[in-house]
Design a protein around this ligand. Structure first.
Ligand SMILES: [Ca+2]
Ligand SMILES: [Ca+2]
Ligand SMILES: [Ca+2]
Length: 500
């Protein structure tokens, strides 16, 4: 070995060691490379985003006060200056003080101190917000001019909240914000409703108003949330009449479950054929369809609902779902306060015969899926179908008897009662999807054949009969909602508003 080669070898080793040390230094000692920051700094109260507090911000505030729901989520977040989850009177007085001091937080602080009012330190007017986490919109808690003549008779008596500390306070704050939200949507939609929509809405509003017992707050909030979703997203205008008739048929299926004939069937005094004849009678009278359940055959390929769809098209819409779409939907389902309240409405086993608890959370999930997939219904249905299949292994790690009394068994995030699996949610979505890919008539036919097959396999026993009706109710809800939902409805109908 020559000296020359040795030198080369030493140099190489030195270079290697140097590179390793350099890499280690870069990796360990320079923090900026070690932590990925997933947050941004926002300037609270800067509603127009020009990094100053000026009269422009007050103008944006006034526009929000005029029409609270019209403010974007981002503006609502920056309006919550005291960061208590509410857009409240204190936020407004802080912003006014800042603007009155020429946008100088030090001057504002000095003046407020002199007047004996605690004021945020300038540094407190900035906040880091995580980009990865779901951030709920702060609740509206400022006086609302429309309250005085609202169809919600109890709204004027409800004071805007100042705190969400206690459970009851949180419910009241949510009720007030949801009430304001409904009132605004109602004023836009109400003049253009079709007679049948007006009748449904009238019944629901009467129910919300009647839930006046203090212990009924939760019920009232959910009934109100349902009304908000109806007013903001549902219309049968321009749709086949068939869609609305599906709701009438659904209501009749609920009636069958609570009928004397059904009670007689449960007691073993009535034949299963008689019960199914009640259902085929309503199919005839509500929808003009002739069905004989005693001779109705199964649909082909019953094992997988996706077989009913154009496979290539269905796969395209499902596989175009990106990982961040899933993450966004799951984050919503885990953290959105409206969804969490809706999905928390469950019953003990066998206590929700009419499947009243299931629909609202599905409506909210579909709306969020539509938002994530830019309003494309087929993509939204594909995203939901994939998401519903995500197994939540940790649910299985909790002993069954220790789980809350009621939840959709395999999937904590999904709605349903203790007896309901994720199937109801999947069918709600997929039969809705079939309405889009094929037609509501074909979706109904497939649903009937599918559920009848389950019933036949169980030899028409009562529990299977009950599930036949309950599954059909969930399917019909999905079909109606997937067809009728239009999240752009308010924007399309909005006109300059007058609250008085
Ligand atoms: Ca500004
Ligand atoms: Ca606040
Ligand atoms: Ca079934």
């Amino acid at each position: 070995m020559t000296i020359h080669t040795k030198t080369w070898k030493r140099a190489l080793v030195a270079l290697g060691v140097g590179a390793a040390l350099g890499f280690a230094y870069w990796k360990l000692a320079i923090p900026v490379h070690r932590v990925q920051t997933g947050s941004e700094l926002i300037m609270l109260g800067d509603l127009d985003g020009d990094h100053r507090w000026t009269a422009q911000d007050l103008a944006a505030l006034d526009a929000s006060i005029e029409s609270p729901q019209s403010a974007t989520d981002s503006v609502a977040q920056r309006l919550d200056i005291n960061q208590n989850g509410l857009v409240d009177a204190e936020d407004v007085s802080i912003l006014r003080a800042l603007v009155a001091s020429g946008g100088d937080p030090y001057t504002a602080e000095e003046r407020q101190r002199a007047a004996g009012i605690p004021f945020p330190r300038p540094r407190e007017l900035y906040s880091y917000v995580s980009l990865a986490e779901y951030r709920p919109r702060p609740l509206w808690a400022l006086p609302y001019a429309g309250a005085t003549d609202s169809v919600l008779t109890w709204l004027p008596a409800l004071q805007p909240s100042t705190s969400t500390g206690a459970y009851v306070q949180a419910l009241d704050a949510a009720l007030y914000a949801e009430g304001v939200r409904f009132d605004q949507a109602w004023r836009i939609r109400q003049p253009q409703l079709l007679p049948i929509e007006r009748e449904y809405a009238g019944r629901k509003i009467a129910r919300v108003n009647s839930l006046s017992h203090p212990a009924d707050r939760f019920e009232r909030l959910l009934a109100l949330t349902e009304l908000v979703e109806d007013a903001e997203t549902l219309t049968v205008r321009g749709q086949p009449e068939f869609a609305l008739k599906l709701l009438v048929f659904r209501d009749h299926l609920r009636e069958i479950l609570s009928s004397p004939e059904y009670a007689a069937f449960t007691a073993g005094k009535q034949d299963w054929r008689a019960i199914l004849r009640l259902a085929s009678g309503y199919l005839q009278s509500d929808l003009g369809l002739a069905y004989n359940f005693e001779t109705l055959g199964p649909a082909r390929n019953l094992t997988d609902l996706a077989n009913y769809l154009d496979r290539a098209e269905w796969q395209y819409y499902k596989s175009s779902t990106r990982d961040e779409d899933f993450r966004a939907l799951v984050a919503y389902a885990q953290h959105d306060p409206r969804y969490l309240r809706a999905v928390a409405k469950t019953s003990r086993s066998l206590q929700d015969r009419g499947v009243e608890n299931h629909n609202l959370p599905m409506v909210l999930l579909l709306r969020e899926a539509l938002r994530i997939r830019n309003g494309d219904k087929k993509k939204a249905v594909g995203l939901l179908d994939e998401a519903i299949r995500i197994p939540y292994a940790w649910v299985k790690s909790i002993p069954r008897e220790k789980l809350p009394g009621s939840l959709a068994l395999e999937n904590f995030l999904l709605p349903g009662n203790k007896e309901d699996g994720s199937d109801k949610s999947r069918h709600w979505n997929v039969f809705g999807g079939i309405c889009l890919y094929k037609s509501p008539q074909e979706a109904l036919d497939l649903a009937l054949r599918r559920e009848l097959q389950d019933l036949r396999e169980a030899r028409y026993a009562e529990p299977a009969m009950r599930e036949f009706f309950r599954d059909m109710i969930a399917n019909l809800n999905g079909m109606y909602h997937v067809m009728s939902v239009n999240p752009q409805l308010l924007a399309a109908n909005a006109r300059p508003q007058d609250h008085r």
